[in-house]
Design a protein around this ligand. Structure first.
Ligand code: 13P
Ligand code: SF4
Length: 372
């Protein structure tokens, strides 16, 4: 007889004899009743705990929202949020928009305090445009990888090494880089502003090489490019976008120009966050593959609830969508605290303000003429 079979038979006989024994049977019933009761009790507390924490978070959010609205009124403050911030921040903001829109609003507001829920360079731009106002950001460490890729002293050397060029800088730069610039652009107006320069004009464009390459190939320019990029927009996966296009053959592809060329080539619409949103709302299409930071989906879903928006995933397989960790540093608690304490505040050196203001004002004037 096979040895394993023999062991099984002996075990089976033992189990049978145990189960035939009345005392053992009762013990088994007792043990299983106790363990079932334990599991039910455990499950009950787990569900209770989950509900309690959801309720607590919701209550906290409502409390923060009420306090923020009250402080805003008491202090004559205005809250501006970029499309990449979380939905709860966008919902409480006075203005939600792309970089150009936020700059335009910061230049014209009557508020005493401007709270910028976005990243540091957006706060600096607001401060440069409204130096007499208090400009607050909920988290001072909300930076930008693109702005970080262009250190002012290195950029100055680049400009000095290539004298005779006009300098066009993307708004995603520090105030010190803007101070070295002839005209600032955002993704909303970059193509049009570059186009407004004569074809033979020698131009340095920084810091985003992807946006620079896109403009060069779109309108046949040969701008000298700074080699910077955004870590979020460089991450979109070409392979995954192709797979999504196969699953959703009727979907339109929306792409921010900070993305790599391979992604831009697959786009039905290339543009700023505001331009992508506008396209999504006005298009007849019902499905969209969105290759920009996933926060924009909040406004897209809000404005077009009957349409389907699918975020294009990054190369990194650990997440389904692409978040800017800097933008996501903003939350309701920090927003409340910064309004309560008037801190963290954005400070920009007055000599930098004087120099950086000019190229930003130039951008706003050209944008106004263009109807942007
Ligand atoms: P927009 O100006 O298009 O909103 O872009 C800002 C930004 O930071 C993109 O990464
Ligand atoms: Fe900067 Fe990229 Fe974040 Fe935009 S998405 S703020 S470019 S790091």
């Amino acid at each position: 007889m096979n040895f394993n079979y023999l062991i099984l038979t002996i075990n089976g006989l033992e189990c049978k004899s145990i189960l035939n024994n009345e005392i053992c049977k009762n013990i088994l019933i007792f043990v299983s009743t106790i363990s079932t009761a334990f599991y039910v009790y455990y499950l009950y507390y787990l569900i209770l705990y989950l509900f309690k924490s959801i309720y607590k978070n919701m209550k906290n959010d409502v409390d923060y929202k009420n306090k923020i609205l009250q402080l805003k009124q008491d202090k004559n403050a205005i809250i501006m949020a970029h499309y990449y911030t979380t939905g709860d921040i966008q919902d409480i903001a006075d203005f939600v928009g792309d970089s150009l829109f936020l700059a335009q609003k910061a230049a014209t507001t009557n508020a005493d305090i401007i709270v910028i829920c976005g990243v540091h360079f957006m706060g600096e731009t607001a401060k440069i445009l409204s130096p007499d106002k208090i400009v607050l950001v909920p988290d001072l460490s909300a930076g930008c990888s693109l702005a970080d890729s262009c250190e002012a002293s290195d950029f100055k050397k680049f400009i000095d090494d290539n004298s005779g060029h006009k300098v066009i800088s993307y708004v995603n730069t520090t105030a010190a880089v803007k101070a070295l610039t002839d005209v600032v652009v955002t993704s909303s107006n970059a193509v049009k502003i570059v186009e407004s320069f004569p074809k033979e004009e020698k131009i340095i464009f920084g810091p985003d090489r992807n946006l620079g390459n896109y403009i060069n190939s779109l309108i046949g320019r040969n701008m000298l490019l700074w080699n910077g990029a955004c870590h979020v927009h460089e991450q979109f996966s070409f392979k995954k976008l192709i797979s999504l296009k196969e699953i959703y053959p009727n979907a339109k592809v929306l792409v921010h120009p900070e993305c790599k060329d391979s992604i831009v080539k697959l786009a039905d619409c290339v543009g700023s966050t505001a331009a992508l949103l506008k396209y999504a709302i006005t298009s007849d299409a019902k499905e969209f593959l969105v290759a920009t930071e996933a926060g924009i989906l909040h406004e897209m879903k809000k404005q077009a609830p009957d349409k389907l928006f699918i975020p294009v995933p990054p190369d990194d397989s650990s997440s389904a969508c692409n978040d800017c960790s800097y933008m996501k540093l903003n939350n309701l608690e920090k927003l409340y605290l910064c309004l309560k304490n008037n801190s963290p505040e954005i400070h920009v050196d007055s000599t930098i303000i004087d120099r950086a203001k000019l190229p930003i004002i130039r951008m706003l004037e050209i944008s106004e003429k263009l109807g942007l």
